[in-house]
Design a binder for this molecule. Structure first.
Ligand SMILES: [Fe+2]
Length: 262
């Protein structure tokens, strides 16, 4: 069985840190590391209330996310950094007077990887986006895809990392659907022939592949996966939108350092 490592953040001090082996995530021995209750549920609710997405000033029109996402700016470096800068203020107001969830996530990562330094990714004095908040309403799904900055973000300095980890903090769960599925299959270039025209890959690609469906995620839970493995989010069928805050971590092995971006 390919099962995730799951534990509650409150137990972290009494745990053997070596049992939370990030290498096992990098090399696909475990599909995910799930740290429950990293961020206070009440704080999650406060952020969700502030988003108040029907009439939010943080969201433009039909947009279902806040913050730029590097992969959608693959060949538009300057636009990406301009948008990242613009969104610094927006995130400041979304998180104002609360402990920033991006800082909380870094603290949690620091707890499980005490030998690594963690910093915000930047290049030529410009900071990358700190995170992206996604709001997925009923009927929405995220198709099978991978995230691989070493391949897709070649124009950006972050493509020089050794390993990429995806960190997703759940701010609100839907009543049903919206489950994360990870397939035990890592992207290779030859898979590009299965790529859909708009986004993601044909389900043919993972037809007979072992997978892990992550059960029962709640607000405040943090999910770490290796995004080079194919993953998807099932259709949201409950009335409450699924709301998440995501970022990537890039690990530099020799330097024992980690950079964060979205
Ligand atoms: Fe992804």
């Amino acid at each position: 069985m390919w099962t995730p490592k799951i534990f509650d953040y409150s137990k972290i001090n009494s745990m053997n840190i070596n049992s939370i082996n990030i290498d096992s995530l990098i090399n696909g021995k475990v599909p995910a590391i799930i740290i429950q209750n990293v961020y206070d549920k009440k704080m999650c609710k406060k952020i969700v209330d502030r988003l108040n997405f029907e009439k939010s000033t943080f969201l433009n029109g039909e947009s279902n996310h806040i913050g730029p996402f590097l992969m959608s700016y693959a060949t538009r470096r300057n636009d990406y950094f301009d948008d990242a800068k613009k969104h610094e203020k927006i995130f400041e107001s979304v998180f104002s007077q609360l402990k920033s969830p991006t800082i909380k996530i870094r603290e949690a990562i620091g707890d499980i990887l005490p030998d690594y330094s963690i910093s915000s990714a930047k290049e030529l004095k410009k900071f990358y986006s700190c995170c992206i908040i996604r709001i997925h309403k009923k009927g929405k799904l995220i198709p099978i895809h991978k995230d691989d900055v070493k391949y897709e973000g070649i124009e950006f300095g972050v493509s020089k990392i050794d390993h990429q980890i995806s960190c997703v903090l759940h701010l609100q769960e839907s009543e049903s659907g919206g489950d994360v599925i990870i397939f035990k299959k890592k992207w290779v270039k030859e898979n590009e022939k299965f790529r859909n025209i708009d986004f993601g890959y044909s389900s043919q690609l993972v037809k007979s592949t072992e997978f892990c469906k992550i059960p029962n995620l709640k607000s405040g839970d943090l999910v770490l996966i290796n995004p080079n493995y194919y993953h998807m989010v099932t259709k949201i069928t409950g009335n409450s939108p699924r709301i998440t805050l995501g970022m990537f971590l890039g690990i530099f092995e020799k330097e024992n350092s980690i950079i964060a971006w979205a």
